[in-house]
Design a binder for this molecule. Structure first.
Ligand SMILES: [Fe+2]
Length: 183
């Protein structure tokens, strides 16, 4: 695992299986290698381009929040449902860390150095590009499924328990920014 990925994602340590941890880290390293963005940019750029120019929450703040929500949700489900609905925590955490890794390929810098959506990301939204990166790094299909199904594309397939958790964690940390009742 490279130092920059280790620094970016301390949550990788939560993955118990060393092989899965390494493959998860490798996917992020590959994405960083192919991206115009540097790890420092991820702490600065807004996590979505869909909420207008005033959004101050960074890409990493959002990603990290989703991973934390997913982990705690999985732990609660294992605690309360036990073998009636077992959650594989390694698969869940790896999938949550990788859900948006494809977004690194979405961005281009325009001539003023501003982050804009590039053509690649328009043709292949990040669930698709994320699976592509992950498969290059031998990430297993149960984790690729989470990447593939975490956004609205996944509404068309049957999700695993782990994919449901990441999907809801992601949307609960997104929808109130996009459209909430304020009184
Ligand atoms: Fe996403």
């Amino acid at each position: 695992m490279t130092e920059r990925v280790k620094k970016l994602w301390s949550e990788l340590d939560w993955i118990k299986d060393p092989s899965l941890r390494e493959k998860t880290a490798k996917t992020w390293e590959l994405a960083l290698k192919r991206s115009v963005l540097k790890p420092g940019d991820l702490e600065k750029i807004p996590f979505t381009l869909l909420c207008g120019p005033d959004l101050k929450v960074s890409f990493m703040a959002h990603k990290r929040c989703v991973v934390h929500i997913a982990k705690e949700s999985g732990e609660k489900m294992n605690r309360f449902f036990g073998k009636n609905l077992p959650v594989n925590m390694d698969v869940l955490i790896s999938g949550a860390i990788l859900a948006d890794v494809g977004k690194l390929l979405d961005y281009e810098l325009d001539k003023d150095g501003k982050v804009v959506q590039g053509k690649y990301g328009q043709y292949l939204r990040h669930p698709f590009s994320g699976v592509s990166l992950a498969e290059e790094c031998d990430v297993p299909p149960e984790v690729c499924h989470i990447i593939a199904a975490h956004a609205h594309e996944g509404d068309l397939v049957k999700r695993t328990t782990e994919a449901y958790i990441v999907h809801h964690a992601d949307f609960m940390a997104f929808e109130p920014f996009k459209n909430r009742l304020t009184v």
